[in-house]
Design a binder for this molecule. Structure first.
Ligand code: DX5
Ligand code: ZN
Length: 220
């Protein structure tokens, strides 16, 4: 089995000490930095945008996994590429022409990710899965950190894994929202390749140790 990646979400970091928290992720067992961009329209919350990501990018030494919770993300694909995003994920629900958006992300040299809200059925990706590098399965309604994990995610991940295998695709499955040491192993068994964890990591006493803990569970 391939190594399961851990992507701490900086949404739960201490924004007054962002450099310190980014450096903690650099020196931890994490694989990616997960960056949540919210526009207050697609989701009810506003997080942070380009200037903050520019500053994070100057300190980060691991790939930047940028999750856009914004409407009409096509407008900003080149901008996020220039900021240093390595993986750029857009929401299925926010794209009128998903095929075009995926091609545009890849044309900028980034991995193309598609996120699905909890109510969005994975079968809607049947005709595009082979083109998608990563599917981000939202296990909470996007917009906030610290929410309760939605249990239906397990069934959804299993169906998505079946679809990926059936289409002989290489797509990674990422889980985002309410991930912790208690559900990490079951998510991997269902088919997860990347686990995003925000509050579970940053609200713990020893965030670096918590990242190691979840990485060990996921890869055991
Ligand atoms: C939610 C974001 C998540 C969030 C996860 O809309 O996409 O990445 O930071 O936070 P936790 O792990 O606290 O649920
Ligand atoms: Zn996210």
């Amino acid at each position: 089995m391939n190594k399961v990646r851990i992507a701490p979400s900086l949404l739960a970091a201490d924004f007054g000490n962002m450099q310190r928290d980014v450096e903690m992720v650099n020196s931890s067992k994490a694989d990616w930095h997960h960056l949540d961009v919210m526009d207050g329209v697609f989701v009810p919350n506003i997080s942070y945008g380009m200037p903050v990501i520019k500053s994070i990018a100057t300190h980060a030494t691991k790939p930047l996994d940028v999750h856009l919770m914004i409407i009409d993300p096509d407008r900003y694909i080149k901008t996020f590429a220039a900021l240093g995003a390595n993986i750029l994920t857009v929401h299925y629900e926010a794209c009128l022409h998903l095929n075009r958006t995926i091609q545009a992300i890849k044309a900028e040299g980034m991995m193309a990710g598609v996120a699905l809200n909890p109510h969005t059925n994975i079968n809607l990706l049947e005709d595009s899965i082979a083109d998608i590098d990563l599917v981000c399965v939202m296990s909470v309604n996007p917009g906030y950190g610290g929410q309760k994990f939605i249990e239906n995610t397990f069934a959804k991940v299993r169906s998505l894994k079946e679809l990926i295998n059936e289409k002989k695709a290489k797509t990674l499955i990422e889980i985002d929202g309410g991930v912790n040491a208690g559900n990490a192993k079951a998510l991997v068994e269902a088919g997860a390749d990347v686990l995003v964890a925000g509050s579970f990591v940053f609200n713990s006493k020893d965030p670096g140790g918590t990242i190691s803990h979840i990485a060990n569970i996921a890869n055991s």
